[in-house]
Write a protein that binds this ligand. Structure first.
Ligand code: ZN
Length: 410
């Protein structure tokens, strides 16, 4: 599938720090340790609606991860999927009288435009499910042949692994898993399943639903196996980061990892499982079902500078659930104007010292609040005390740094 244009990432002087990130599986902040090419997979959208600020915040967090690896001299192989066939998409298409593939294409294109405007680095492989049905079906057929899966009527389920590892990613108890599985699209109560936590790998053909004739029979892929196969076939196993919103911690990431591990016999699927917090509005998580979404495209349409949206979303830790309050955007617009004025000044306080500090803060599990405070301080000193600002290279360097590491073009 077509990705979107790559924004310029300027090079910076000096030496980057190794990036440390909180790993959900280990429950601690640990160093990432990529090879020459860092490998990252971030779960993509189901394109039945436009990109809201919760999505944008998640993709921005993983954008910063890549920018820090690039700063440290790694190449980055980034893969993202598009769930362009799934129940929510079919339901929305039916409710609005739109063709499901037409709806998916329209919303995917809007997402590309939002990501481009926000200067988010694009995936090298942007992969739709429809275009990968064959490779997913082959994986399902292999799981079945290896007895990691079983048929139930026309459907195919994965056996929940009994090797003692299942649950290592989310660290939830079986009771918590059962509750979340029921809440988040699972079917623990379906009669005939061997274990209530078994996940659907393949949905057999249903009357009136799209289907494909494949090695796994007629039907379409389940959600978790889709990500396992798209990631594993392009990045291999032991990828550096599997990323997504915190609502993917279970069941999605647990089952995706388990499927890939059953398929290959290798462990682990990912070396870091990293989850971004949710963005709330008026005390509620921003979500389709609550109808309280703020769309990036609506803000752009109203003339809001995408760089202000970006700054507003970076104001707060990526792992924390955050509130989108009315004051956030005006505050970000003020900050953006302040930074633009300061980087246009003839001189400023020591730019290299600021860069070193910013690298320290970002390498420590993406402390963007610490970075914003430091750049604010530098900008204030530059504008308010021009006599004390002695480094004529600082304004250009700070502008370049904010562009390269935060993705904010001043
Ligand atoms: Zn996924």
């Amino acid at each position: 599938m077509q990705s979107w244009p790559t924004p310029d990432v300027p090079e910076l002087p000096g030496t980057a720090r190794p990036l440390r990130l909180y790993d959900t599986a280990a429950d601690e902040v640990r160093p990432t340790a990529p090879g020459a090419t860092a490998r990252i997979y971030v779960c993509g959208i189901t394109p039945y609606d436009a990109t809201h600020l919760g999505h944008a915040a998640t993709y921005l967090a993983f954008d910063l991860v890549q920018r820090l690896w690039l700063d440290a001299g790694h190449a980055v192989h980034y893969v993202q999927n598009v769930t362009d066939i799934d129940d929510p998409l079919l339901e929305r298409a039916a409710a609005t009288g739109t063709g499901w593939s037409e709806l998916a294409e329209r919303e995917t294109e809007l997402y590309r435009q939002d990501m481009t405007a926000l200067r988010v680095l694009p995936p090298a492989d942007y992969v739709g499910v429809v275009e990968s049905v064959e490779e997913i079906a082959e994986a399902v057929a292999k799981l079945l042949a290896d007895d990691h899966a079983y048929r139930l009527e026309s459907d195919i389920y994965a056996r929940t692994p009994s090797n003692g590892r299942f649950g290592y990613e989310s660290r939830y108890s079986r009771e918590q898993m059962l509750t979340l599985f029921a809440e988040r699209g699972g079917d623990p109560d379906r009669p005939g399943k061997h274990d209530p936590l078994d996940a659907l790998l393949w949905r057999g053909r249903r009357e009136g639903e799209p289907f494909w004739e494949t090695a796994a029979g007629a039907g379409r892929p389940g959600w978790h196996i889709e990500c396992s196969v798209i990631a594993r076939n392009r990045l291999g196993m032991g990828i550096d980061v599997q990323g997504g919103g915190s609502d993917l911690r279970f069941p999605h990431h647990e089952h995706s990892a388990a499927h890939a591990e059953a398929l290959t016999g290798e462990w682990p699927f990912a070396r870091h499982y990293v989850h971004a917090g949710m963005i709330g509005l008026d005390g509620e998580k921003m979500s389709k079902s609550r109808g309280n979404l703020v769309f990036v495209s609506k803000l752009r349409g109203a003339g809001v500078d995408p760089m202000a949206i970006r700054l507003a979303l970076l104001d707060g830790h990526y792992r924390a659930d955050r509130e989108w309050t009315g004051g956030r955007l005006p505050q970000a617009e003020l900050r953006l104007a302040g930074w633009r004025a300061a980087t246009a000044a003839p001189a400023g306080p020591d730019g290299m010292a600021l860069l070193e500090h910013v690298r320290d803060r970002l390498a420590d599990d993406l402390d963007t609040s610490g970075v914003l405070a430091a750049v604010d301080r530098w900008a204030r000193l530059t504008v308010e005390q021009p006599g004390g600002a002695t480094d004529p290279t600082a304004p250009e360097l700070v502008g370049r740094m904010v562009d390269a590491l935060l993705g904010v073009k001043l």
